[in-house]
Design a protein around this ligand. Structure first.
Ligand SMILES: NC(=O)c1ccc[n+]([C@@H]2O[C@H](COP(=O)([O-])OP(=O)(O)OC[C@H]3O[C@@H](n4cnc5c(N)ncnc54)[C@H](OP(=O)(O)O)[C@@H]3O)[C@@H](O)[C@H]2O)c1
Length: 254
């Protein structure tokens, strides 16, 4: 049973939505490799939680904005897969790691734009490219986008542009990886209470109330609203879902 478990790699699995997806996958019987950028202790805690659920897990440091580190990351991943699982491939890749930045078009600096592009667009493209040989045929990829690609809120132009690019990338990945039996989908969460963007959705009462008022289900999202959806896209019966954008927002701005 253990040796037959699927293995998921989740970028940014130390906190927030990535952590929640890692736990949801573990609860569904999947082993997990998470990455973190700087919060090593948080990542170790997630690994311990997964282990307590009876699944295997490990954490690897990765800065998804640093493309020059990707080949070394792949080597490190290969070593862990071999040591822990006696395998050299993963089954699932979840491109989740991300940062928030809020600035109007008028005030967005080139540095902020470049940072968002590096993490959310270039990093996703080249990390996926690097890992293509490491994803097993018949595997799956989930790219994390945002509801902000469908609806527009002032201050999120650059961020949403990058996520829009990720949604296009999803469709092209699905096209090119189809011959290998790999399905690729986008999940687009609405506003969720995490540390994201300085925790504004969780900690700013006015923002929280505004979003809840624009959400059909009448509240802001929680990590538990997202992780299980990511896990469901990677479940054994969902492999025919391909090249789709699935919004999980409780019905924001309908
Ligand atoms: N929360 C929302 O409202 C919301 C809505 C729609 C979409 N999203 C998207 O969901 C994803 C996860 O967001 P979240 O809310 O879970 O954020 P979060 O709670 O702030 O967690 C961010 C995660 O990404 C990692 N990370 C940040 N920058 C990184 C980098 N340069 N390289 C590698 N890892 C990095 C962090 O690692 P460390 O712990 O080491 O810092 C952490 O694990 C993001 O792509 C975000 O755009 C979020």
């Amino acid at each position: 049973m253990t040796s037959e478990a699927k293995i998921a790699l989740i970028t940014g699995g130390s906190r927030g939505l990535g952590r929640n997806a890692a736990l949801a996958l573990a609860q569904a019987g999947t082993d997990v490799v998470i990455t973190y950028k700087s919060q090593e202790m948080e990542a170790a805690h997630v690994v311990a939680e997964i282990t307590a659920l009876g699944r295997k897990a490990t954490a690897i440091q990765l800065d998804t904005a640093d493309t020059s580190s990707f080949s070394i990351f792949a080597e490190t991943l290969g070593g862990k897969l071999n040591t822990i699982w006696s395998r050299n491939q993963i089954d699932f890749l979840v491109n989740n790691a991300g940062i928030g930045a809020h600035a109007s078009i008028e005030t967005t600096s080139e540095d902020t734009f470049d940072q968002l592009m590096s993490v959310h667009l270039k990093g996703v493209f080249f990390l996926t490219q690097t890992l293509l040989p490491v994803i097993a045929d018949g595997g799956r990829i989930v790219n994390v986008s945002t509801g902000l690609t469908r609806f527009s809120l002032p201050g999120y132009a650059a961020y949403a542009m990058m996520k829009g690019g990720v949604e296009v990338f999803t469709r092209y990945l699905a096209k090119e990886l189809g011959p290998r039996g790999i399905a690729v989908n986008t999940i687009a969460p609405g506003a969720i209470e995490t540390d994201f963007g300085g925790g504004v959705v969780r900690d700013n009462a006015a923002v929280n109330t505004m979003i809840a008022g624009q959400t059909a289900l009448g509240r802001v999202g929680l990590p538990d609203d997202i992780g299980p959806v990511i896990a469901s896209l990677l479940a054994s019966g969902a492999g025919w879902v391909n090249a789709q954008r699935l919004e999980a927002s409780g019905g924001m701005f309908l």
